[in-house]
Design a binder for this molecule. Sequence first.
Ligand code: SAH
Length: 511
Amino acid sequence: MLTISTTVRPATDLGFLLHKHPDRVQEFGQSYGTARVFYPEAGEERCTAALMLDVDPVRLVRSRGRSTPDYALGQYVNDRPYAASSLLAVALADVFRTARTGRCDSRPELAAGPIPLEITLPVLPCRGGPEMAHRFFEPLGWTVEAQAVPLDEGFPEWGDSRYVRLSLRGEVRLADALNHLYVLLPVLDDAKHYWIASDEVDKLIRAGESWLAAHPDRSLITRRYLGRRRALARTAFARLAELGDDVEEDLEPPVEEDPAADPGPTADAPSSEPAGELPAVPAGELPAVSAGEAPGERDAAPKRPLNVLRREAVLGALAESGAHSVIDLGCGSGQLVGALLDRPEFTKVAGVDVSAQALAIAARRLRLDRMPDRRRERLRLFQGALTYTDDRFAGYDAAVLMEVVEHVDPPRLNALERVVFGAARPGHVIVTTPNAEYNVRYDFLEGMRHPDHRFEWTRAQFQAWAAGVCREYGYHVAFRPVGDDDPELGPPTQMALFGRGSAANAGGGDD
Ligand code: SAH
């Protein structure tokens, strides 16, 4: 949400400037939700217009083309429904299109000059902290108040979140104010999930024409605003490399398709939507980055996708463990859960994820609604957070954390360890995570393999973490490579097999 207030007399003229009548609540459908404009106050002396955006995560996902890197939005819990972001900027541009041009036939002189304005954004993601908001808005004539929002008021020791409560006061032309917001909200947000339209450069120039060129941080603003194009390309490649070739399944119900026909990320999202162009990835390039393939190996027989190898490695380890009941913690779209259900020896299978969207995709992929009773009875699929003790996690022979720990903020890892190894305490725990050392093999990759990864461990770091867990909770551990085991770098995925009790009792079965 954002609010725009003025004390110009009469203040209700704000309605003319915004081309939105103060007496009405007006709705504007967006491809990813609904924007509403209403006036919490509309008096002679002060008038406030509010723009509130209800992001519908499901529509957000659907509004994206297939195979777009942004499908991650639907897969993960994200802040889009709760924070002002690039989505709000897109809605603002749409809803206040005319106001942004400065055109106002009924109050032309008011639209042409500065008026007293106050703009507030209760929750704005602000990369770089409150200082960044000062840096970007102050040179434009705003008095800035940016207050970091604590991560959790109950736990002040956790520190601040990346969100600020922002208030801007100044004598500014309304059209300029809207254009400042249009450019700077996504720049402050600096999210990985950002709409890129084909004419983004034009839009930046147009919205910034009266102020950007003179802004002391113009190059940082421009880089952040447009930087996403390259970042997105990298993300897309990295995602494909990590996941293998069945990325699309995450969004679409399983269909019989010729994988060779996959055109790669599409660039043809409907132009009426903010979702626009994605980096064009020539179809022929996709196999070159799949499955952790190393440079120079492109002519070799195609490798099996890393996610398939990973799943098989986990299934193999589960079989060796003799487990009959398995809980997949952070099950995502449910691929492992499906594979477990296919094997009758697994009599009880659970999938847990914190993301309702992931669970919805899992339910669809697993065809939960049409699942035969016998299979359905073996399955539990439920929402849960791995950082909170939950009785439902207990009572399984084995737990799997496949590519999950790296999504957890390091300060919360302790909580996860306590929940899994301390409270649920299954006989076996299988953990897989990327091996950061191997990342140099992805020649297009800068940074981590996925934008949501909070860290990626080297082999030594992973082993040190696992050793700590064993000491604390009385487990023993062994490690196994998954994928190409490079003599220097190790494998793309590392896997830890934990067993309860000391190594001396290993294989002794349940205690
Ligand atoms: N295990 C799946 C998905 C990996 S992606 C696979 O290998 O394909 C990571 C998953 O962990 C996501 O679905 C994400 O929603 C989930 N996740 C991240 N943090 C979590 C938490 N704290 N509690 C529960 N699930 C979490």
